[in-house]
Write a protein that binds this ligand. Sequence first.
Ligand code: SAH
Ligand code: SF4
Length: 471
Amino acid sequence: MITRITEEQTEKQREYASLVRMAVNAASSERGEPYRFCVVTYGCQQNEADSERLAGMLSQMGYEKTDSEDNADMILVNTCAVREHAEKRALSVTGGYKHLKEKNPALMIGVCGCMVSQEHRLDDIKHKYPYVDFAFGTSYLWQLPEIIYKRMSKKRRLFLLDTEDDGNIAEDIPVLRECRYRAWLSIMYGCNNFCTYCVVPHVRGRERSRYKEDIIKEAKELIADGVKDITLLGQNVNSYGRGLYEDYGFSELLSDINALDGDFTLRFMTSHPKDATKKLIDTMAECEKVAPQLHLPLQSGSDRVLSRMNRHYTYESYKKLAEYAREKIPNLTLTSDIMVGFPGETEEDFEETLKALEEIRYDMVYSFIYSKRKNTPAAEYEDQVPEDVKGVRFRRMLSVQSDIGLKINEGYVGKTLRVLCDGESKNDEKMLSGRTDGGKNVCFAGNVPAGEYINVKITEARPFVLMGETV
Ligand code: SAH
Ligand code: SF4
């Protein structure tokens, strides 16, 4: 059963938050320095959105934000479980905090998110990381104030495994956004698709949609707050409203948010190809605030592999939809997730993926090497692809896609594009970086504050970025 957290339950958390706040304020004034928190985030946009909620609750509890773990009194590690690599990194980073605790006995360390929604990982943290104060699965996020309060007052460590429930929806959790002009907006949680490689449905619970009124209210608040770029989030946004509304789905929600007053751009992710429809594309084309950007993860170009992945579409049906989108939405930025080395993937299957890249010609691809996940069917498949073969395929794929990305980007040279500036470029402090309406990365020379739109003339193309100058 999916639980909607009641107002009383949320109010109870506010009470816990104010109890913690009193303790934190008292300790801060005794020390003559504020207590600080640092949230360390791994994984996808959903986790980034969750981390902003964790940060919001911690601020509510009197902690000040710091970007460095070294001077934090509360560290939360928000983990990912999608691939083994992400888990290993979170575990090793958590291991590194041991010495911080030796220096600062007031430090509290918590681990949360998808990794610890798995029993074996929660046990690992409990038994092998004795300096971790508490850990909790994704469904406990809204109870952070209570968890911290209990740890503070009872001194016992807390380890909360996600229950057998299907998941919950909690509204009115305070949010402390990383960016003042870009925002995430979760419209649904969980996933029901059970792709055979994927751990998400096991750690995020069943698919569930927020009420449209709650989403629209939040969108209005963001716009009033000066947000210019809103990304709607869900594992499969195309199934928004299922089980909740008879004839109100994602297209209707997009239209309704598009109709709100204000100067903002609307994006969304992720769209599962099995549920993406022409209607969705038509709605995107009609809604002037919806960005010309579509992230439509193909995973593999081989129907045999797609079927073993439980993806429920064929390459042909995917291609037709991608072509339709390109036809209807001028200057569409089309991106995808591609996985290599899924169990049973033959050289022929892999070549079909390369062929798909050549035919569809994505602006950009997020590429993954298949990683075995506990309790997923594909982990039990007998025909696992050897690591070295996966590595070779991965590099071949990157090289093919890098040429395609470069060719597409070359088509932009000489054009002038509107860019939302994100401030100093991470790679070159003399340059600025930003993103086009289609979501393409631009690195440019100029003088404009972060959060402002500016027209940039593209002077050079690279595989993953457009170079330019302001006009
Ligand atoms: N809901 C989204 C994907 C979320 S996970 C969708 O269906 O498109 C993001 C990406 O991680 C997936 O698209 C997939 O390419 C990759 N991924 C998921 N599980 C993986 C695994 N076990 N090994 C490697 N990559 C994986
Ligand atoms: Fe994972 Fe598939 Fe759900 Fe995406 S749709 S989160 S890949 S199970």
